[in-house]
Write a protein that binds this ligand. Structure first.
Ligand code: AMP
Ligand code: MG
Length: 332
């Protein structure tokens, strides 16, 4: 199979629509990362996403719809706080989990009685979803456990010859996956941190929990237990206060002939004396936006990525740290 990268045009949408209606998959951009989409009503199509990615079959998918789609046809029991949150943050990088009506294929939620719904803000994604007027089940368009894709070339790198079409919407600005919010209880609970922060949700909803699985309990969001986002090279992660130790490690590895790179934000880069740096940028939004691209650049260039965590650990950085820890291991 030849994989084509196509621009966001009506012509590309027509080709993609045919593929999706025939049970195939199409990669498309969103403001967070690229998704690998299939018709959420079609069980075989949804199952093929799991096969192509090598995704564990207990890790449910998010359904993507355009902003005018009637989500009450897919889910029920939408609490008042969820209505307020939708008004504030949607379209945007916030996925909301509700009780499912069971209309989409059961393969989407891997047998759970809930459904995760997202309305992406990316203009190309909105146009594509409107063109299809279907709920599109889509995980990130990367081989399972590899670094998520934030550019069409990243998708090509993982799926060249395995999928027909990648719709190219440029670099994803957001850069880390959506916040996943459980809206089935009295208060919203974050299942996966992301660009919409706990503080922002609590301000609108009055309160917001953060889910931590208890020992022995079945996890409410299976995806959170898997190893994720890992580059194909050795990695290490140091806390900001241990940046000198990170530099010592870098120097000793370099001395032994290892091609090592430090990955950090630009402020930290100014403080340390290393010649090979993967710089994540200055602001917290830049750091989130560049993280996956730099991990992919790192695996191409380096034998070892030594990441130094940002000093700031709240807000958007909660989501960044969650990805950094999964990508580069726990802090040393
Ligand atoms: P990905 O598609 O790779 O961005 O991952 C989707 C994330 O959403 C995973 O962490 C899933 O566990 C989570 N998710 C999807 N559907 C549900 C659901 N019905 N209930 C809880 N978490 C979900
Ligand atoms: Mg993913």
């Amino acid at each position: 199979m030849k994989t084509q990268i196509l621009p966001i045009t009506e012509e590309s949408f027509k080709i993609s629509e045919r593929i999706i209606r025939e049970g195939g998959v199409v990669a498309f951009p969103t403001e967070t990362v690229y998704g690998l989409g299939a018709n959420a009503f079609d069980t075989r199509a949804v199952e093929s996403i799991f096969k192509i990615k090598g995704r564990p079959n207990d890790n449910p998918l998010i359904v993507h719809v355009h902003k005018d789609y009637d989500i009450s046809s897919l889910v029920r029991c939408i609490p008042d706080y969820a209505v307020k949150l939708s008004e504030k943050f949607l379209p945007g990088p916030l996925t909301m989990v509700y009780k499912s009506r069971g209309n989409v294929s059961p393969a989407v939620s891997c047998g759970l009685d809930t459904l995760a719904v997202r309305i992406p803000a990316h203009e190309g994604a909105q146009r594509f979803l409107k063109f299809l007027d279907l709920p599109v089940a889509a995980p990130s368009a990367n081989i399972s456990k590899h670094v998520s894709p934030t550019a069409a070339e990243h998708v090509l790198c993982d799926f060249n010859g395995k999928i027909e079409i990648i719709l190219d919407g440029g670099k994803c600005d957001g850069g880390i996956e959506s916040t996943v919010l459980d809206c089935t209880g009295e208060i919203p609970v974050i299942l996966r941190s992301g660009l919409v922060t706990r503080e922002e949700i609590a301000e609108i909803a009055g309160d917001c929990g953060v889910y931590k699985p208890k020992e022995g309990e079945r996890v409410r969001s299976p995806g959170m237990v898997y190893k994720h986002y890992t580059p194909n090279c050795r990695t290490a992660l140091y806390s900001y206060s241990d940046r000198q130790k990170a530099l010592d490690f870098y120097n000793s590895e370099k001395h032994s002939g290892v091609n090592a790179y430090i990955m950090c934000d630009s402020r930290t880069a100014e403080l340390i004396d290393a010649d090979k740096i993967l710089c994540l940028g200055k602001t917290e939004l830049e750091v989130a936006s560049n993280l996956y691209g730099k991990l992919r650049e790192g695996e191409r260039l380096a034998e070892l990525i030594i990441a130094i965590a940002p000093e700031k650990q709240d807000g958007v950085m909660v989501g960044v740290m969650n990805r950094l820890e999964k990508a580069c291991g726990s802090k040393i």
